[in-house]
Design a protein around this ligand. Sequence first.
Ligand code: GLP
Length: 250
Amino acid sequence: MRIYRENDYEAMSRRAASILAAEVVRRPDCVLGLATGSSPEGTYRYLADWNKQGLLSFREVKTVNLDEYKGLAPDHDQSYRFFMQDRFFSRVDILPENTRVPDGLAEDSAAECAAYDAYIQSLGGVDLQLLGIGRNGHIGFNEPGDCFVKGTHVVDLAPSTIEANARFFASPGDVPQQAFTMGIGNILAARKILLVASGADKAEALYRAACGPISPQCPGSILQLHPDVALVGDEAALSKLTAAGVPVCG
Ligand code: GLP
């Protein structure tokens, strides 16, 4: 795992965007795995700016998102499809038909999960997967548990995740209890992984992900087995890793 330490959220976002942009320049028709949450928002802002300036094009890029709340319509303002449209897809020259997010309203969950995996397969897999990390170590919506789940599946959200995400909803009772998520196998199959994190409340999760035992109790720890992971964090998020003497770039 290459660890890039940046001063703050802005610098973290710029660095992450430059890693992503390099992939798009190198391979204009690449497949990007995308994430939602506050961590990658700044990254999307930089990419949209560079697209607007004509430095980068997403015209041939295809995207698959990690996850979606079960039960939320694409136009619900807390759905991940809405987030992606609002923060990224509507701001760049990507073709709408080249973007895919699990369908939160799918009536047959098993069929939706199977179709999602088949779609990723049909694209030839993901070239670069962008990830955030939850405070409990979750990646996508793969919550801590007794085993790693391979493919796209439906999860019961952990109480701590519901609590962490409640700030975006009118009341905690409005937060969906379940979500569709790519599995750990989908994530590990990506050729490159780019993990972004900022803030002191991610320090423990990052430390466990990068240095702790590889265990489904900290889903992010599986990233230690991937051959090409870049972790871009700000100083606060990386504080536990740097205190432990883990080498970082920058
Ligand atoms: C959410 C998402 C994850 C995200 C994580 C952290 O629950 N499902 O994909 O990485 O929480 O979010 P944030 O970046 O807002 O802290």
